[in-house]
Design a protein around this ligand. Structure first.
Ligand code: NAD
Length: 516
């Protein structure tokens, strides 16, 4: 893929079509790659985004701990320049015919498809996830664009009659310039979950990926150029939260913020924008999700599915998915059987077959290890994990945590309360349905819940009482992109997906027309 950037190294990134090639490229360079902001339709030299040459952040490869690239910690003056580019592009883009916007976004999805493997390789290297997991997420990024590019071709609006007096109808227009901010756990997937609807509904944006995982966002700029997205419609800037993210969300030129990340950052963003009442805020935050295992789900005919779903919900992407079920509650009569079978399955599927990647950063790894030390101090039982895993020589400096299964963890232990966001689960017995619901809801969070039962009445009876924005019954992570996505309690506010994303990125006015 060609690039207008003067940095020939961008094309070197595109030329890597296997993990080994990408790895050799990193090893062969004497200095790490230097990522550049994408503003006004082109990559710009890092020094234009900074006020001193020391304002770079180094990003490390989780599997090996080696430095892979640096990114600018974009300073407020350069954040403002990016916002102004988005603002300048808004009048034209917001009036561009839906069919034209749709065609451009469809082209983006095609280009992502054509470069699927390159994106997957760099995502796996940058985030620590397995290549298979990265491929799944690139596929989802492709669907984000194809879904919203076609969604806007079939929009409807509501009209109401006031008998003999008036016809009213809802008219929507793009809400303006958005700040789109994403975390490090599913970098491309989550950033495109914001960019695709934002652009589809006619808004322009400044997007900022996590400073921990910026590589695939950097490659995206090239895709947008190639797809013919007009300059300034989407700008991608790099940097940390305190400097770059805060300047972005607080700017009075920003009409809305779509944010995915931790609850404490969500609170900080609310504070930063508290005086800007009309600013649209969509906050997708943390979770500490329960998995409820009822005895009927452990009968021989469905036992394998129960174990598989509970394990996938616990350990997919190293447990670094906001929707992971990290608190498992099991009906007492099948508790011992579940612990035994679940442990055996996780050992076989995730440990021996090495289908768990490294966690995203050294800082995060240290945080998780802190919880494991606490578990040992509190005399929890380790059924799996607890010891450093066996590593290849080149992985010894990496951020590896073995899947960990704990029992005998007190209800009020930080291990049960805090979002650990890693490959660590607790298993706790319950006596009856009411206790299961009470334990599941005993959390400041309310993002997701997993319900494992074969009793049809219970699916509704329990499912409808769970304090969670998403409840999965005998399955997990199944998504249709129109379903409202979001959490209750401290897991966030607002919903995204299909028409719910339209609510985020548009403003509604109601017109009243007299009947005569
Ligand atoms: P984080 O909140 O530390 O950072 C997320 C993003 O916010 C990053 O880009 C960061 O630079 C930026 N940021 C930080 N401070 C900011 C500020 N003051 N103003 C503006 N931007 C700021 O989260 P993280 O550690 O990257 O990600 C992990 C968290 O994300 C977990 O809590 C996880 O549950 C959550 N998450 C939620 C969802 C969801 O859909 N609800 C999905 C994925 C991850």
């Amino acid at each position: 893929m060609s690039s207008s950037t003067s940095d020939r190294r961008l094309s070197e990134l595109w030329n890597c079509v296997t993990l080994d090639e990408a790895s050799s490229l990193i090893n062969s360079t004497s200095s790490p790659f230097s990522l550049q902001n994408f503003v006004g339709g082109q990559y710009i030299a890092p020094h234009d985004s900074l006020t001193s040459s020391s304002q770079h952040i180094t990003s490390f490869e989780p599997k090996t701990g080696r430095p892979i690239y640096t990114l600018p910690c974009t300073q407020p003056h350069a954040v403002e320049a990016a916002i102004k580019a988005a603002k300048a592009a808004f009048p034209s883009w917001s009036k561009t015919a839906r069919a034209e916007r749709s065609a451009i976004l469809w082209k983006v999805s095609e280009l992502l498809q054509q470069n699927r493997e390159v994106f997957a390789i760099w995502e796996s290297i940058d985030q620590g996830k397995t290549l298979d997991r990265a491929r799944v997420e690139v596929d989802r990024a492709i669907s984000n664009f194809s879904y919203f590019s076609t969604f806007i071709l079939h929009e409807q609006t509501a009209a109401r009659m006031v008998d003999g007096v008036a016809l009213t109808y809802e008219h929507r227009s793009p809400a303006g310039v958005f700040a789109l901010i994403s975390p490090w756990n599913m970098p491309l997937y989550l950033l495109t979950w914001k960019i695709a609807p934002c652009l589809a509904f006619g808004c322009t944006a400044v997007a900022k990926p996590s400073e921990v995982t910026s590589m695939t966002a950097f490659l995206l700029g090239d895709i947008f150029q190639k797809a013919g997205v007009p300059p300034g419609v989407i700008n991608i800037i790099f940097g940390d939260g305190a400097t770059t993210g805060a300047a972005l969300v607080a700017s009075p030129l920003i009409n809305g913020v779509s944010f995915t990340g931790g609850t404490q950052t969500g609170i900080a963003i609310r504070r930063l924008t508290a005086h800007q009442i009309g600013k649209h805020l969509s906050l997708e935050l943390g979770g500490k999700n329960p998995t409820l295992v009822f005895a009927d789900s452990m009968v021989p005919s469905v036992r394998e599915r129960t174990i598989r779903v509970a394990a996938m919900a616990a350990f997919e992407n190293q447990g670094e998915i906001c929707l992971c079920g990290s608190r498992i509650y099991v009906e007492k009569s099948v508790y011992n059987d579940f612990v035994r079978d679940f442990t055996a399955y996780v050992r076989e599927k995730y440990v021996l077959k090495q289908t768990v990647g490294a966690v995203a950063s050294l800082q995060h790894c240290d945080k998780i290890r802190g919880y494991l030390e606490l578990a040992a101090e509190q005399k929890a039982t380790f059924h799996l994990g607890g010891a450093p895993p066996t590593l290849n020589e080149d992985e010894a400096q990496g951020y590896w945590i073995e899947p960990t299964i704990l029992t005998d963890v007190a209800k009020n232990s930080a291990i049960q309360i805090d979002e650990i966001f890693g490959p660590v689960v607790t298993i706790t017995p319950f006596d009856n349905e009411q206790e299961a619901i009470q334990l599941a809801n005993d959390s400041e969070y309310g993002l997701a819940a997993i319900l494992l039962t074969t009793d049809g009445a219970r699916m509704r009876r329990v499912g409808e009482q769970l304090e969670a924005g998403l409840v999965w019954v005998n399955c997990w992570l199944v998504r249709e992109l129109g379903t409202p996505f979001g959490g209750m309690k401290n897991s966030g506010t607002g919903r995204e997906g299909g028409e719910h994303s339209r609510d985020v990125f548009t403003v509604v006015r109601t017109l009243h027309l007299p009947a005569y």
